[in-house]
Design a protein around this ligand. Structure first.
Ligand code: PLP
Ligand code: COI
Length: 364
């Protein structure tokens, strides 16, 4: 772990926080990503000063010069993780160090400076502490969104010399409108998310911008998510617009596409692999084709398919739609292992079961 550079966070508490009764009402049914807490963290970077001006203050609009590099060349990266309120009152973040490391890897790919791991985690802790009242009870959580933008005022195409790191927080419930039941997915024939040598393994805004048209096509076909195939042969399943994917077979083995530079290495994906291996299930990180998916669903060899990610948690996929025809996985409903793994993961995240993996990070 990188040691914390001595950066003192200046705190400017919000002069008019949202009133308790208003907040309580917002927390009743927050949905995903539309409700925000009172504060945000900002840290600046410049080539001359390094990381400086760490502040925690009221959440609000930021001012950017219209020539700021991010607005033209999309030099932006982000992360997503959650903080939970445990039954015993503790606040637990799930693997913030893993997000810090992935943020550094994304930064490297986008030619941005590496934010030290300890500073990343400290920024999250500061925000969670000041806005702890915003963590929903019950099944909800506080979604944390750290991100970094290029702020140099210059239209030449080169890595920016200045950056702004921000963390905002949003109390959330389910990512999907349909909170129960399984997901339907649309297999995109026309669009690729990432190509070899591209930015698929980085969590940069540009990847999501490139996915929106395919996601809109999925929505037009009444599907929850788009499935992206590899950009070269257009047959290997890679991942969904905002989550990784797992296949469960009748012999008890499970499979997920291998990380090859075009897929985001999900932190939930790694946790699922560890949980499945702890149950002595065989986990293969291997390519799986759309033809095989269709064939295995028809033969019954394929028992369950699920999506996983911070926002999605673990969600069954029941229906698959594509130009080549639709098919159903199993009886279209959530399978047993999907439910078991979700319960196991969420119990650890919420401090309801022992965390033998060292995944939870208490905030005091
Ligand atoms: N794949 C994509 C494209 C994502 O946006 C996400 C969500 O962050 C994931 C996978 C899952 O990653 P994680 O489990 O770290 O949230
Ligand atoms: C996350 O799960 O954190 C993501 O970034 C994915 C997105 C669907 C919100």
């Amino acid at each position: 772990m990188t040691t914390a550079p001595s950066l003192l966070f200046k705190t400017h508490p919000h002069p008019t926080r949202i009133a308790d009764d208003q907040r309580a009402e917002l927390l009743l049914s927050p949905g995903f990503g539309r409700v925000f807490t009172d504060h945000m963290v900002t840290i600046r970077y410049s080539e001359t000063k390094g990381w400086h001006e760490a502040e925690i203050g009221p959440r609000g609009p930021i001012t950017l010069d219209p020539a700021a590099a991010v607005l033209h060349y999309a030099q932006e990266i982000f992360e997503g993780l959650k903080a939970y309120k445990a039954d015993d009152g503790r606040i637990l973040m799930f693997q913030p160090e893993a997000n810090a490391r992935r943020f550094q890897q994304s930064a490297e790919r986008l030619a941005m400076p590496a934010l030290p791991e300890a500073l990343f985690v400290e920024a999250l802790e500061q925000l969670v502490r000041v806005d702890a009242a915003w963590i929903p009870d019950g099944a909800g959580s506080l979604y944390l969104r750290p991100f970094m933008i290029a702020t140099e005022v210059f239209l030449g195409v080169k890595p920016s010399a200045e950056y702004l790191f921000i963390v905002i927080a949003s109390p959330v419930g389910s990512y999907f409108k349909n909170q129960t039941g399984s997901l339907s997915v649309w297999v995109s024939d026309d669009y690729s998310r990432a190509a070899p040598g591209g930015t698929g393994a980085a969590k940069c805004g540009g990847n999501y911008a490139a996915s929106l048209l395919a996601q809109a096509e999925a929505t037009a076909h009444e599907c929850d998510q788009v499935v992206f195939l590899d950009a070269v042969e257009r047959r290997w399943v890679e991942e969904l617009g905002g989550m990784n994917i797992f296949f469960v077979f009748d012999d008890g083995s499970i499979r997920t596409p291998a990380l090859g530079g075009t897929i985001l290495h999900g932190i939930t994906r790694s946790a699922v692999i560890a949980l499945a291996r702890a149950r002595r299930l065989e986990v293969r990180e291997e390519a799986y084709s759309i033809e095989q998916w269709r064939e295995d669903a028809a033969s019954g060899r394929l028992r369950e398919v699920f999506a996983c990610g911070t926002a999605a948690v673990i969600a069954a996929i029941g229906q698959v739609r594509s130009r080549q025809g639709d098919f159903t996985v199993g009886n279209g409903e959530e399978g047993e292992l999907t439910g078991t793994l979700r319960a196991e993961l969420t119990d650890i995240q919420r401090g309801r079961s022992e965390d033998t993996h060292g995944w939870t990070h208490p905030v005091s």
